[in-house]
Design a protein around this ligand. Structure first.
Ligand SMILES: O=c1ccn([C@@H]2O[C@H](COP(=O)(O)O)[C@@H](O)[C@H]2O)c(=O)[nH]1
Length: 473
């Protein structure tokens, strides 16, 4: 006797929702299996069962609202809404160009909790986009329920952004049911499970490739935002497009008042402010609170160049403790690849739902740097495998084509090629056009100039012009 879930899977199989063969997914990836849950709208009773199972799998009991993720999430959400007598919202994929121009339809009030309803989860980007829209309306959005988790990294991606996903079934479990009831052969099941194992967390990158946007250097910052679900990367791409700035100022000053004054002056021109917080002789928690306010006011992110380089347990303590409590105020931090990915996992374990990320220092600007090609390759692999937390690289060359990852290049100054302690400089134009920098990091070229405000404006314009030339050439 089949359980309710088993019967539902068998019925879905019978109506052709589960297809085996040689498919090319929207992502461009070859897949031995395809799920077409849209078909359930022609089978109302089965759609009702899918809705019931999803409702039973929901992460919590108490929601004020539900919201279907377009498109197949919409009919399922409707079924749940009528059955549970729970108000529903619809999120459009694009705002209407007429009438109310709203992106979300339905009644809601600030602070209400909303459960997102999705049919199949791959990378999690559709759920993420829906959550972002709902959060903009001041709704409390922390949970999603999906029918099928394809086990390709979506749930982990969303978890790293504070969204809890529960699924009715995953790919492996679905194969087990179909095998148990002799609907498929062991060979088919094995090939599907093998596919799942090999394709975990690769879906976002593949999505980009299928869209024909292959090379980071040729993509706009705007288009790159949709290639990732990493919350800090998305925010940074958004700021860079909105402010037309790919300038990060290295605020290497030693007094809190200097830091705040510099942040105010350069704020309008930068996407990021980089700190070395441990060089402040008068550090206090007030200074970071004030810095955060300035960052909000001028719409830039804060990047503490801590260069964590120890075992996971130690860096976790350094990140979330000590006098600086960096996790509390820095959107981004740097790590060395040397310890292996425990360093990333250690930091990631402290982020607890806050949007945080790290950048791997893969090459350095200083003369005599020891970073070999092998080391750089290792850093790239580490980024690929930890893309939920790694947003890119500190580098001096085009080490990655992947549009998800942002390349930050320090050692940038016009009219100066080095300092007396081994720093080596290139111009902003050379950094972007010859070395593949997305973001140029300028320190003393701005901080030591007579007029940091005008200098920042100048570097911003130079670097952004070079980026515009790069994407159009
Ligand atoms: O390879 C690296 C990594 C980090 N940095 C940091 O960037 C700034 C550069 O300051 P300038 O005054 O523009 O030289 C500084 O904070 C370094 O710690 C780097 O230079 N090179």
């Amino acid at each position: 006797m089949a359980s309710k879930l088993e019967q539902c899977v068998l019925d879905l199989f019978k109506i052709g929702v589960v297809k085996f063969g040689d498919f090319t997914l929207k992502s461009g990836m070859k897949s031995p299996i395809y799920f077409d849950l849209r078909m359930i709208i022609s089978f109302p009773k089965l759609m009702e069962t899918v809705g019931e199972l999803m409702w039973e799998a929901r992460p919590r009991n108490d929601y004020d609202l539900i919201c279907g993720v377009a498109y197949t999430g919409l009919p399922i959400a409707t079924v749940i809404s009528t059955k549970q007598d729970l108000p529903m919202l619809i999120r459009r994929k694009e705002a209407k160009g007429y009438g109310t121009k709203k992106l979300v339809e339905g009644n809601y009030a600030e602070g209400q909790s909303c459960l997102m309803i999705e049919d199949v989860i791959v990378s999690g980007s559709s759920v993420f986009d829906t959550a972002e829209t709902l959060k903009d309306l001041e709704l409390d959005v922390k949970d999603a329920v999906v029918f099928l988790d394809r086990e390709q990294g979506g749930a982990a991606n969303l978890k790293s952004m504070g969204i809890n996903v529960k699924s009715v079934i995953n790919m492996t479990e679905m194969m087990a049911i179909l095998l148990k009831f002799n609907s498929i052969t062991q060979k088919v099941s094995d090939s599907v499970i093998d596919f799942v194992k090999k394709n975990i967390a690769s879906s976002l990158k593949k999505k980009v490739e299928s869209d024909g946007i292959m090379d980071r250097l040729k993509c706009t910052f705007e288009s790159r935002e949709s290639t990732t679900v990493q919350p800090v990367s998305r925010k940074l791409f958004n700021i860079m497009s909105a402010k037309q700035s790919n300038l990060c100022v290295a605020a290497d000053v030693t007094k809190s008042a200097e830091l705040l004054s510099l942040a105010e002056k350069v704020g309008p021109y930068i996407c990021l402010l980089k700190t070395h917080i441990d060089i402040l002789s008068d550090f206090s928690t007030e200074v970071v609170e004030e810095l955060k306010n300035i960052a909000v006011k001028h719409n830039f992110l804060i990047f503490e160049d801590r260069k964590f380089g120890d075992i996971g347990n130690t860096v976790a303590t350094q990140y979330s403790g000590g006098p600086f409590n960096i996790v509390d105020w820095a959107d981004l931090v740097t790590v060395h690849g040397l310890p292996g990915d425990g360093v990333i996992k250690g930091l990631g374990s402290c982020a607890s739902g806050q949007p945080r990320g790290c950048i791997i220092v893969s090459q350095m600007s200083s003369s005599g740097t020891l970073t070999s090609d092998e080391y750089i390759k290792g850093c790239c692999k580490m980024a690929e495998e930890n893309a939920h937390f790694v947003i890119g690289f500190v580098a001096q060359s085009n080490i990655s084509k992947d549009p998800r990852f942002i390349v930050f290049t320090p050692g940038v100054q016009s009219g100066c090629t080095s300092d007396v302690l081994g720093q080596q400089y290139v111009t902003p134009r050379a950094a972007v056009l010859e070395r593949g920098a997305d973001v140029v990091i300028v320190g003393r070229g701005i901080t030591k100039s007579d007029d940091p405000c005008s200098a920042a404006k100048h570097y911003k314009e130079e670097a952004f012009k070079a980026y515009q030339e790069r994407i159009t050439s």
